[in-house]
Design a protein around this ligand. Structure first.
Ligand code: 13P
Ligand code: SF4
Length: 309
């Protein structure tokens, strides 16, 4: 007899817990993952917290429930560990908007410039950059650079322009964007505000400037969670990927959260399922590795970032 979904998920979750022990594996999940993945993970966090976990863990295997660049960062920071990405096609579309060759050519037009790369980039792009940042520390990273420095920011134009406004620094931005965040329009945000007039508006800096302008608070995923927990407000409109709504409801019981748009879903983040995680733990595959020469140079960008925060 065929098992129903609920019973199948329960069985998968139990087996995943057992496999984690057998493999001496740690399961890391980004806040944008499906709720059932966040439930079985050992650690759920934003890009910055997850890189710290990846650098510190003493597990033998890191199973990364996120997108490819996150698993690559784990492989860069923990070269002696086996790093597994349960869905091998989970690439970040924004990270794919710049290649190492694109960056090399762009740098030639700005000799001597400092390249700040959003962590949402390939290992090769990190290897061509001077320092990495995440949405949680981008302003701090740029503020730590000498004032006269000419700055190139890749690949997210919205985050880069937000950092330029916050720091008053002149920053040349690559024209990449996150489809899940940049798809949110000002009209949608205005409609959400009209529908929930008492709610505070919290948005991620990957959103367009005309949306960011309407926000009560602009923050990374962990910043949005912290703000919602600490605020005395009871209702919030959320301008980031829908996966965070699970954590918001869990961490802030009794408060109400409304997505700014039902379209804010990243299909690549949702590609990891319990079935795929189970298979990944069973087989320790698909593995993510980084060639040693690329790793060595990419590590410098990540370590410079981790030293600042
Ligand atoms: P943060 O976890 O840094 O807020 O990341 C947002 C994001 O788009 C990750 O892909
Ligand atoms: Fe990339 Fe945006 Fe998806 Fe994050 S939410 S993985 S930035 S496409």
């Amino acid at each position: 007899m065929k098992m129903n979904n609920c019973a199948r998920n329960k069985q998968l979750k139990e087996e995943i817990q057992k496999l984690k022990k057998d493999r001496r594996a740690v399961v890391l999940s980004h806040y944008y993952q499906r709720p059932e993945i966040q439930e079985v993970a050992d650690f759920v966090g934003d890009s910055l917290e997850l890189s710290r976990q990846a650098a510190q863990t003493d597990a033998e295997v890191i199973v990364f429930c996120g997108v490819h660049f996150m698993a690559e960062s784990a492989a860069i920071l923990s070269p002696d560990k086996i790093v597994v990405l349960p869905e091998e096609n989970a690439g970040c579309p924004m990270a794919d908007m710049i290649t190492a060759i694109d960056l090399q050519r762009w740098k030639e037009s700005f000799p001597g410039a400092t390249v700040v790369c959003y962590v949402n980039t390939s290992a090769e792009v990190k290897a061509q950059s001077d320092i990495a940042c995440t949405s949680a520390n981008a302003v701090k990273v740029v503020n730590a650079l000498p004032p006269a420095e000419n700055i190139l920011f890749v690949p997210d134009q919205n985050l880069g322009n937000y950092v330029a406004r916050q720091t008053g620094r002149r920053i040349h931005v690559w024209e990449g964007y996150c489809p899940a965040h940049a798809g949110l329009t000002r009209e949608e945000m205005l409609a959400a505000r009209q529908e929930h007039p008492g709610a505070l508006v919290l948005v991620h800096p990957e959103c367009r400037p005309e949306v960011v302008e309407l926000a009560d608070r602009v923050a990374s995923t962990s910043g949005i969670l912290r703000f919602a927990r600490e605020s005395t407000a009871q209702e919030f409109i959320i301008g980031t990927e829908a996966g965070i709504l699970y954590q918001l409801s869990k961490q802030c019981p009794g408060k109400e959260f409304y997505p700014a748009s039902p379209k804010m879903i990243c299909p690549k983040m949702k590609a990891t399922t319990l079935e795929k995680l189970h298979r990944a733990l069973e087989t320790c595959a698909p593995r993510v590795t980084v060639p040693p020469d690329v790793r060595e140079r990419a590590l410098r960008s990540l370590e410079r970032m981790l030293a600042i925060i």
